[in-house]
Design a protein around this ligand. Structure first.
Ligand code: HEM
Length: 301
């Protein structure tokens, strides 16, 4: 598990019982001076602070989710499902502020966005959020392994190495499947032993395992609870992507983006990249169908 992900360590640790000179205990603990020195605007647009804070807060939450998922993986490997579940419940909770924070830039029109972005390009060069490593690490941990995104980290070798490691390591979903196998579920060994850098291919055997877990409401209640928490996480992630797509439509229209093609056309298909695929596909088969399909009955068939 790539612990280096857990960002850059602080320079010097605190000395117990001593508040650093020029600080209060609160400012020392929360690093407020450092934190508020981090918003460096490139334009004179009054809304740029809101834009930077929105992105930086999102960055912090993505890193938080990465840390939580690493913890959950450790609990799963120790077969401690209650603690893994509690940790994943926090991941569900962290998606709420990530979703809500879009409201803070809903005021943006294309004029506002372009006034800021044009200055950013002039100051730092052509950027894309695909150059953000926290989001990519989170997505790899969800099990969506797309190696092509590594190309954006050539100028950041340490982060590229970190992401390469994350690509090659088990995702949260891999750890869930390994845990289910240890609980006696029929997860194929070959699936767990596959090359983890390759995109995950949904498996009929794993789908059947989720069907079995949900087959009887009271049996495997703890595993159903795990499944529902994973479904909540996947929904939270997909909601974020939808909000992002709508914000893009609203501020950018059908302009070409980083790759020279229409940005919305690049983003729209990614809504179908849903974590934990068999947890979703299995739902077609969970629950008893009524003896007569009500739709067919209505049509007199
Ligand atoms: C509201 C104005 C925004 C527009 C017009 C926009 C546009 C885009 C476009 C076109 C892409 C596709 C890649 C590219 O061509 O660069 C993209 C990707 C991305 N953007 Fe934004 N974006 C906006 C806001 C944001 C904000 C505020 C964040 C962070 C909080 C963000 C995070 C991301 C991430 C993480 C990706 C990668 C998505 C993936 O890999 O599926 N974007 N954005």
């Amino acid at each position: 598990m790539s612990e280096t992900a857990e960002a850059t360590p602080s320079a010097a640790g605190p000395v117990p019982g001593i508040t650093p000179a020029g600080q209060t205990p609160y400012s020392a603990w929360m690093q407020t001076d450092t934190l508020h020195a981090l918003q460096r605007t490139v334009s004179d647009h009054p809304g740029e602070h809101a834009w930077i804070v929105h992105v930086q807060v999102s960055e912090l939450y993505w890193m938080l989710i990465v840390k939580e998922m690493h913890s959950a993986q450790r609990f799963l490997r120790a077969d401690d499902l209650p603690q893994a579940w509690r940790t994943l419940q926090r991941v569900v909770a962290h998606h709420a502020p990530l979703d809500a924070i879009w409201r803070s830039i809903d005021w943006m029109t294309p004029n506002d966005l372009l006034a800021i972005l044009s200055r950013a390009v002039g100051t730092y060069g052509k950027d894309t959020a695909l150059q953000g490593w926290t989001y990519r690490q989170m997505v790899y941990l969800f099990g969506i392994k797309q190696a092509e995104h590594l190309q954006h980290f050539e100028p950041q070798p340490q982060r590229k190495a970190q992401l390469e490691q994350a690509l090659a390591e088990p995702s949260l979903y891999d750890d869930v499947l390994a845990f289910l196998q240890r609980r006696g579920m029929n997860i194929p060994q070959a699936l767990l032993a596959r090359d983890l850098r390759a995109p995950y291919l949904p498996s009929k055997e794993v789908e059947q395992v989720w069907r079995d877990i949900y087959a009887t409401p009271d049996r495997h209640a703890d595993l159903q609870q795990l499944g529902e928490t994973l479904a909540d996480i996947a929904e939270g992630f997909c909601n974020w992507k939808f909000r992002h797509l709508m914000a893009t439509r609203r501020t950018f229209g059908a302009r070409p983006a980083y790759f020279g093609t229409e940005g919305v056309a690049w983003l729209a298909p990614s809504l179908e990249e849903i974590p934990f695929p068999e947890l979703w596909s299995a739902r077609t088969f969970i629950g008893s169908p009524p003896p007569v399909c009500p739709h067919m009955a209505r049509q007199g068939r």
